[in-house]
Write a new protein. Structure first.
Ligand code: HEM
Length: 479
């Protein structure tokens, strides 16, 4: 329960005996800001804290350490038992949760599907089609009725539809909106719960107490049953279609045709894990990257008008139905790419990453790491760090992404760690960036959005960075 003192590392004091447990409890709904302030307040990039029932965690934003952990000493830092314990019943042994051989075969299998031609020809086509449906069925209606629209919810539905179609061959007609909404609600509840479990070492007791005290509330078990029913259903449907002579080349078919780490075909449970890991990876992160970028544009009209000028110059009506042209166009849009990078710096869709050390180690900044130490990389804290980004770190300034010569500046993945670094670098970076830029450009071309007043836009603590209360907007068609 108690951990050795580590005088060599800057330590957040907390309360005698209880350590940082009360602080973690107090900040459980704003934990990313707490992590970000942790290093800022001491003017150091590495620190530690320990609490009752919480193992020692060493937090760092120092890019030299990040590069060391994620790339140079990759084999020494694994996901470990805490993440597995908290996320195991949702993600199983899928790519996000797995280490070693179980991770390796999934990475190899998925890599085949994530190539440029596949994005350009298939995914951009699917996205453009679903974008059109969202526009006519949802946004045009909001423009006509003049009622506020929850753009956060509409965009999550659109990315879910696109990923279901691209990855698992499920088209809009295959599932009712009600089924999708049920799945989404339960999947989101499970994701939020993963983080609350990591922060609350007594979660088994509190979750069962909740069942007793609030029997009307949907329990985690019930949410998991809904998520399981959906994902096993996707696998079952595909097995039926294959038995009837169907032919597929999507992500699910790749995993069905591969062998696992024991050289055996994947069973239904392993395929269920594939479905859920990829829905989590693709739908949420991409939707949130679009929403936070739009939010920053709504708050910064000067940036929005500059981007609109670039959109007008680059995108034509014909491109909205030509995936290959659209793909090439958004790649050329320098300002749009800078806006996107800047929005992700402030709002990383994966806000933190946790690892555990297998062996003692020494980090480039001199921090002594002991076997079984937990490591927290706060991407949220890193993006807002004045040490790394200067005094204006918390301001939204896409201009910081340009060199003096006007070319787009690239940043090392250990400092702008949005898509991870090293062997576990995000497999969907190009896909997500393309979809986000296509979506943002098409929406801004067609509509003029205004944030509805009297709403608090803030994040929800979960595995990704959703908006807690959504984002309500008023919409007008652009002339
Ligand atoms: C803006 C959108 C996205 C962001 C910010 C993002 C970020 C990340 C990050 C930080 C990781 C490392 C997570 C960890 O190790 O715990 C990761 C891994 C991963 N991402 Fe993404 N991602 C995005 C979109 C996507 C998309 C669209 C896909 C594809 C469906 C995808 C697929 C994956 C996969 C499969 C991994 C696991 C890689 C591995 O462990 O080898 N991501 N992503």
């Amino acid at each position: 329960m108690f951990s050795d003192s580590r005088d060599d590392i800057l330590t957040a004091g907390g309360i005698p005996l209880l350590g940082i447990t009360p602080a973690i409890f107090k900040h459980r709904h704003t934990i990313h800001d707490y992590f970000a302030s942790f290093c800022d307040q001491f003017d150091k990039m590495t620190g530690t804290g320990v609490g009752i029932g919480i193992p020692r965690a060493i937090l760092t934003t120092d890019p030299r350490n990040v590069d060391h952990i994620l790339r140079l000493k990759f084999e020494n830092y694994i996901k470990g038992p805490i993440v597995d314990d908290a996320a195991g019943d949702l993600l199983g042994h899928g790519i996000f949760n797995a280490d070693g051989e179980v991770w390796r075969y999934q990475r190899k299998t998925a890599s085949h599907i994530f190539n440029i031609k596949n994005f350009r020809d298939n995914f951009t086509t699917v996205s453009l089609r679903n974008l059109k449906s969202m526009s006519t069925d949802v946004i045009d209606v909001a423009a006509q009725t003049k009622l506020p629209l929850d753009l956060h919810s509409a965009i999550h539905k659109y990315t879910l539809d696109s990923f279901l179609e691209f990855s698992f061959g499920i088209s809009l007609e295959d599932m009712t909106d009600e089924d999708k909404a049920k799945f989404t609600t339960s999947f989101d509840a499970c994701q939020r719960n993963v983080i609350q479990r990591i922060l609350n070492p007594a979660y088994r007791v509190t979750e069962s107490l909740e069942g007793w005290l609030m029997p009307w509330k949907t329990s985690m078990k019930q949410h998991l049953d809904i998520v399981d029913k959906f994902s096993f259903g996707v696998v079952e449907q595909r097995r039926l279609e294959l038995a009837n002579g169907g032919e597929y080349t999507d992500l699910l078919s790749r995993f069905m045709g591969t062998k696992n780490h024991k050289d055996q075909p994947l069973c239904d449970k392993e395929l269920r894990d594939v479905v859920l890991n990829f829905v989590g990876a693709g739908r949420d992160t991409t939707a949130q990257s679009i929403c936070w970028t739009l939010y920053e544009l709504f708050l910064n009209p000067g940036v929005k008008y500059k981007l609109l000028a670039e959109i007008k110059e680059t995108i034509t009506d014909e491109m909205e139905t030509d995936a290959a042209e659209m793909y090439e166009a958004v790649k050329r849009m320098k300002y749009a790419n800078a806006v996107f990078r800047e929005a992700l710096r402030l709002h990383p869709p994966v806000p933190f990453n946790a690892k555990v050390a297998l062996q003692d180690d020494v980090w480039p900044d001199g921090t002594q790491i002991k076997k079984n130490d937990y490591i927290v990389l706060t991407l949220f804290g890193q993006g807002r760090s004045q040490d790394l980004w200067g005094e204006d770190a918390k301001e939204f300034k896409p201009e910081r992404w340009f060199t003096k010569e006007g070319t787009l500046r690239s940043e090392s993945p250990s400092k702008w760690n949005i898509f991870n670094a090293g062997p576990r670098t995000c497999i969907g970076q190009v896909l997500a960036t393309t979809v986000a830029l296509v979506t943002i450009s098409s929406l801004l071309r067609r509509y003029d959005f205004k944030l509805a007043p009297d709403q608090e836009i803030t994040y929800q603590v979960a595995m990704t960075l959703p908006m807690k209360n959504g984002m309500k907007v008023y919409v007008k068609q652009r002339k």
